[in-house]
Design a protein around this ligand. Structure first.
Ligand code: ADP
Ligand code: MG
Length: 349
C-alpha cells in the first residue's frame, strides 16, 4: 500500500477547469472519501489517478513515484491501482471466480497461487458459495462484492471507488458500507472513495475531502467537518443544521468570540477573531419557554426515535431535534449553545 499525493493538479475540458489546483495527500492505508455535488470533479480526479486522463498541470505521486506530471506519464496498467465502478464492469461471460482471477492471469501468476488468492478474496467478500455463478445470476450487492474481490486480489497500491453503492437500494447500501469497512480493516488498503452522499462519507472515511467546483474546500476527519466547518459550503453540505450570518460584538476569549446571532449575544467556538457566519447544528439548540429568542415551528418530521423540527427565527431556518411531535405554527423559545463561527468572505449575505 502506498501514499497518494496530488500537487497543484489541474484538468480542463474545453478551457473550463474540472480540477483547479488540487493539493492533497492520502496517507498509506488511509480511507479517504471525496465528497461533493454532481459535477464538482470527483470522477475526473479518480480518472487522472487511474491514468485514464492526463493532467494539464500539476503532478500525481504514488508511493513516492511520480505517475503523472509534465515530463512523466505512467500508463494505467503499470500503476497497480484497483478500481471499483458504480456499474460493476464485470466480464459477463466469466464466472465469479473467473472475474476475480482475471487480474492475476494478466499478471501471469501461476495457477496454484492464483487459486489460493482467489479463494481468499472470495472469502473476504463473503462470496465463497458463489464462485461458479455467472454475473447475471447475482444481485447488485453481490456483483459489487465481485468487483471489490477482483480489485483486491492483486494487492493494488491503492483502491479507487467511484460511487460504488449508487445503484443499490438503501438497506443494501448500509450493509455494503459494513463490507467496505471490514475490507479496509482487513487489507489496510489506501482507499479513495467517491460519493455525493454525505452520510456515506461520514460513516466510512478516516478523512473526508469536501469538493466544490474543482477545488477542495476542506479535508478533515468527519467529526471536524461536522463540528468545525471551514466555510458556508461545507457547513451546508455536510451534516444537518443551519448556517446564519453573525456580527462581531468586540468581545472575545481564547478560542471563543461573542457574536450577535439572530439578535442575541451568543458565545461561539471559533478559530478566527473575525468570523462572518455560524454553523448551528441541531444538537446546539434547546427549546425552552423562557428563552428570549422566539421562533415559529414550520416543519416537523419523524426520524425514528426523535423528531426533526424546522424553526423560523427572524427569517432564518433553524433545525432542532425534539422527543415529542410539535404543532406547526406554534411559537417556541430557542437557546443556542456553543455554535461554531467561521469567516467566509465569499458568501453572499
Ligand atoms: P463528478 O464526478 O463530481 O460528478 P466529473 O468529474 O464527472 O464530476 O465532472 C467535472 C466537470 O468536468 C463537469 O462539469 C463535467 O461536465 C466535466 N467533464 C468531465 N469529463 C469530461 C469530458 N470528458 N469532456 C468534457 N467535460 C467533461
Ligand atoms: Mg462522478
Amino acid at each position: 500500500m502506498a501514499e497518494l499525493k496530488f500537487s497543484n493538479l489541474t484538468k480542463r475540458f474545453d478551457g473550463i477547469p474540472a480540477l483547479d489546483g488540487i493539493d492533497a495527500t492520502i496517507g498509506s492505508g488511509e480511507f479517504v472519501a471525496l465528497l461533493g455535488p454532481s459535477g464538482c470533479g470527483k470522477t475526473t480526479l479518480l480518472r487522472l489517478t487511474a491514468g485514464f486522463e492526463q493532467p494539464d498541470e500539476g503532478e500525481i505521486h504514488l508511493g513516492g513515484d511520480t505517475v503523472a506530471g509534465a515530463s512523466r506519464f505512467v500508463p494505467p496498467e503499470a500503476r497497480e491501482i484497483g478500481i471499483v465502478f458504480q456499474s460493476y464492469a464485470l466480464w459477463p461471460h466469466k464466472s465469479v471466480s473467473g472475474n476475480v482471477s482475471y487480474p492475476l492471469e494478466v499478471r501471469r501468476i501461476p495457477r496454484k497461487e492464483r487459486e489460493a488468492r482467489v479463494a481468499e478474496a472470495l472469502e473476504l467478500t463473503g462470496l465463497r458459495d458463489f464462485a461458479d455463478r455467472m454475473p447475471s445470476q447475482l444481485s447488485g450487492g453481490q456483483r459489487q462484492r465481485v468487483a471489490l474481490a477482483r480489485c483486491l486480489v492483486f494487492e493494488p497500491r491503492a483502491v479507487l471507488l467511484d460511487e460504488p453503492l449508487a445503484n443499490l437500494d438503501l438497506a443494501l447500501r448500509s450493509s455494503m458500507q459494513d463490507v467496505f469497512s471490514m475490507f479496509h480493516r482487513r487489507t489496510g488498503a489506501t482507499m479513495l472513495y467517491v460519493t455525493h452522499d454525505q452520510s456515506e462519507a461520514l460513516a466510512l472515511a478516516d478523512r473526508v475531502a469536501v469538493m466544490e467546483a474543482g477545488r477542495i474546500r476542506q479535508f478533515a476527519a468527519p467529526e471536524v467537518l461536522y463540528r468545525e466547518p471551514a466555510d458556508c459550503f461545507v457547513a451546508g453540505f455536510v451534516g444537518d443544521g443551519a448556517v446564519v450570518p453573525a456580527r462581531l460584538t468586540g468581545r472575545s476569549a481564547p478560542g471563543r468570540v461573542l457574536l450577535s446571532v439572530l439578535g442575541q449575544e451568543v458565545w461561539c467556538r471559533s478559530a478566527t477573531a473575525t468570523p462572518s457566519h455560524v454553523s448551528i447544528r441541531p444538537e446546539a439548540i434547546t427549546l425552552s419557554d423562557d428563552a428570549k429568542l422566539r421562533s415559529r415551528i414550520t416543519g416537523c418530521t419523524y426520524l425514528g426515535g426523535r423528531f426533526r423540527l424546522v424553526l423560523d427565527a427572524g427569517g432564518e431556518a433553524l433545525v432542532a431535534f425534539a422527543h415529542r411531535r410539535a404543532a406547526i405554527g406554534e411559537t417556541v423559545g430557542v437557546s443556542i449553545a456553543d455554535p461554531w463561527a467561521f469567516c467566509d468572505p465569499d458568501a453572499d449575505t
